[in-house]
Design a protein around this ligand. Structure first.
Ligand SMILES: [Zn+2]
Length: 706
């Protein structure tokens, strides 16, 4: 196959500091037949000096134009391009060296495919990886699809040389025009398009400003036929730059544009829409109208907001948020201010539906702020009376299960701070809020309620995992004075001990080491950075690696991390509640369940070991406490942490119910399978307002929404 020329289109505006690094990542490409076209969109920061004669690689061309926006800049580049394939790259993003080679191979081997895109990771201004596999987080329409449902074919690629990076080297191929109408799925800096597809699609629409143009372009690309997705990270996408943030006055046209793009496409290409996606598209459109209404309200355009809201209700009459908000807008004497406040509750969920996918630019501040925005929305909802209204709606017959790990001041924690769910003050206020509306029940009653077809209304079960000492010292007294029961799932080897569980050991080592990076046994490099946030990112990354390891390797992995960090946690004090304390809690009406013997990820163990973990912890608990232990919670507990084998082992070990940790939290009665009851983590940053709103939405709609 002849070596194909790739034209790389790089629009830039005042990014001279980042641009050189971006170009470095281009020069390192293993596919060497390329031309890069940098279109300087009227920069005033001296960008032009980087391209004085003789400074740059001859393959890099520089075009300067008056500032006209990113679409006009990309179009200038497209008109100047000679390549058989065209790739786009934003001037602060980075590529992996094999990026072009893999995509050229994919397109040459699959001539029916007109465009290939890939996954990406999010990096900060110093190239620290904030989130890997960021595509699905940024473009939230992915919540509705998997590679299997989105694509019709999964083709193997001839990629022996780079199989390691793209393994398994699968190109997912399909016509995704209909799914794309629920929101964008394609990120521009990861795209390579063929010349012939580009000719069918045409240029970027320059009237779409200041963003959203990419969604329109990719939608048109997908309209013209098959496209392909490589599920590997080829691109590092820089987030958090101040100049990337969406300005509020731009949000109204942006929201309205999404609605317009989708309604226009439905009118023009209605016959191309796959009927099986029609409902989902209309639902997403409803969210889009609600978003447009929200942005109009912020600008004080009440009449326009109500018109959008009326459309939103027509699209999705069962969306409780939209209906409640429309109802609020109809109340006599309520001002636009009331309505605006009420709307804020919808915002988090609306944004989740449209996400960056529609915004195109980074309307997402760093992930950390997400919770506080939700907390703001919950506070507004309470203030506006919306939470009060939802609490009084009819409840579904169900069991809602909340999970805590630790209740303490997070500043005092030397291990993994992610397992601290609330401070003592917040926990106490959460309990007061919950007991005002819901029946907080003990374990036996919870299981009876969820098992019976005659149950009415929602009940709430409060659970604790692992048995940290603060469960006894802090949570237990607060529960007792509130008169509420809770269930404590204990890991039997932890009881009364000073051990640090693996997540705390990894966190302690990484947070305290003097080293700035380590390379793992696999050769993988982990950078720690110097800020506490960067360290916590590294902790999360290592924990994710741990989850994926088979049992025996997992233990060795923790030892290895400690050794390489030259830092290990001190065994200086008791960290878990002891048998005497457990007995005292039981005597005061608390329930005790099992949480395995040593807290492994059960699904990574052979069947017999899974059984032994579950049976041994039950036997010891019953022996020590002198009572029947009939329930357990799977350690870690997400969907990957247990499987059919685990469920069989739990049944064989004599349990009658088992809890997972899958973050839905809602169990409709009667529940068919009491061996995967779902729970939600309460989580840090969840204010009493937010927890109350979540439980209210769960108990009335079955979903958390915010
Ligand atoms: Zn646990």
């Amino acid at each position: 196959m002849p070596r194909a020329l790739v034209s790389i289109i790089i629009p830039t505006y005042n990014r001279s500091a980042m641009l050189l690094r971006t170009l470095e990542s281009v020069k390192r490409q293993t596919h060497r037949e390329w031309e890069a076209i940098v279109i300087d969109d009227g920069s005033t920061d001296g960008t032009s000096r980087l391209f004085e004669p003789g400074v740059q690689d001859r393959r890099i061309r520089y075009i300067r134009q008056e500032n006209a926006g990113v679409s006009a800049a990309r179009n200038s580049g497209l008109r100047a391009a000679h390549g058989d394939f065209i790739a786009f790259l934003d001037s602060d993003d980075l590529w992996r060296p094999w990026k072009l080679e893999v995509q050229v191979t994919a397109l040459q081997a699959n001539p029916d495919v007109g465009m290939v895109w890939t996954d990406m990771e999010a990096i900060d201004s110093r190239d620290n990886v904030l989130l890997s596999h960021y595509l699905r987080k940024f473009y939230t329409s992915y919540q509705w699809f998997t590679n299997d449902t989105l694509f019709s074919e999964h083709r193997r690629l001839p990629l022996e040389a780079i199989g390691a990076v793209a393994s398994p080297a699968i190109l997912h191929v399909g016509n995704i025009f209909s799914p794309m109408l629920t929101g964008n799925l394609v990120h521009t800096s990861t795209v390579m398009i063929t010349r012939s597809r580009l000719e069918a699609v045409g240029l970027f629409d320059e009237s779409i400003k200041p963003s959203g143009e990419d969604y329109d372009f990719h939608l048109r690309t997908c309209r013209e036929g098959e496209v392909g997705f490589l599920d590997v990270v080829s691109t590092s996408y820089r987030i958090g730059g101040a100049d990337q943030l969406t300005k509020p006055q731009n949000a109204v046209p942006l929201a309205e544009r999404f609605v317009r793009i989708v309604t226009t496409a439905l009118k023009r290409d209605g016959d191309r829409v796959d009927p099986k996606y029609r409902r989902l598209i209309v639902k997403a459109l409803g969210e889009g109208y609600a978003w447009a209404a929200d942005e109009n309200l912020k600008m004080g355009h009440v009449g326009k907001a109500r018109r959008h809201l009326a459309h939103a209700v027509r699209c999705d009459p069962r969306n409780i948020r939209i209906v409640a908000l429309l109802g609020a807008s109809m109340l006599p004497g309520k001002s636009a201010g009331y309505l605006r406040t009420a709307y804020r509750v919808a915002k988090a969920a609306v944004r989740a539906a449209m996400g960056g996918g529609m915004h195109g630019v980074d309307s997402h501040p760093p992930v950390r702020r997400k919770r506080s925005r939700r907390a703001d929305a919950a506070a507004a909802s309470r203030y506006a009376g919306l939470t009060w209204t939802i609490r009084r709606l009819p409840q579904k017959a169900s069991l809602i299960v909340l999970t805590y790990h630790r209740v303490c001041d997070v500043a005092t924690v030397q291990g993994d701070p992610h397992v601290v769910d609330a401070s003592p003050e917040v926990f106490e206020r959460q309990l007061q809020r919950l007991k005002r509306t819901w029946a907080i029940v003990g374990l036996a009653e919870a299981i009876a309620h969820v098992s019976s077809p005659r149950s009415r209304g929602a009940v709430v079960l409060i659970t604790f995992d692992d048995g940290y000492r603060d469960n006894y010292e802090v949570a237990f007294p607060l529960l007792r004075s509130a008169g509420l029961p809770a269930t404590f799932f204990l890991t039997t080897t932890f009881v009364g001990s000073a051990v640090w569980p693996w997540w705390d050991r990894i966190a302690y080592a990484v947070r305290n080491t003097r080293r700035l990076d380590i390379s793992l046994g696999t050769g993988e490099q982990v950078r720690f950075g110097s800020t506490p946030e960067a360290r916590l990112q590294a902790v999360r990354r290592l924990l994710r690696i741990y989850y994926g390891l088979p049992g025996p390797l997992a233990q060795a992995f923790v030892d290895d991390v400690e050794q390489r960090c030259e830092m290990a946690a001190p065994l200086d004090r008791r960290r878990f509640l002891d048998w005497g304390e457990a007995k005292e809690m039981r005597a005061a009406g608390m329930d005790i369940g099992a949480h395995s013997h040593t807290h492994p990820v059960l699904s990574r163990l052979p069947a017999e070991d899974q059984y032994r973990e579950l049976a041994e912890s039950r036997r010891i608990l019953e022996q020590q406490l002198g009572c029947d232990v009939h329930s357990c919670a799977y350690p870690v507990g997400g969907r990957e942490a247990f499987d059919e084998t685990t469920i069989r082992a739990a049944k064989r070990a004599g349990y009658r119910a088992a809890f997972s940790y899958d973050q839905s939290g809602f169990n409709a009665a009667p529940w068919r399978n009491p061996f995967c009851l779902s729970r939600i983590e309460v989580g840090q940053g969840v204010t009493p307002d937010l927890l109350e709103l979540r439980v209210a939405l769960l108990s009335t709609t079955g979903r958390m929404h915010v």
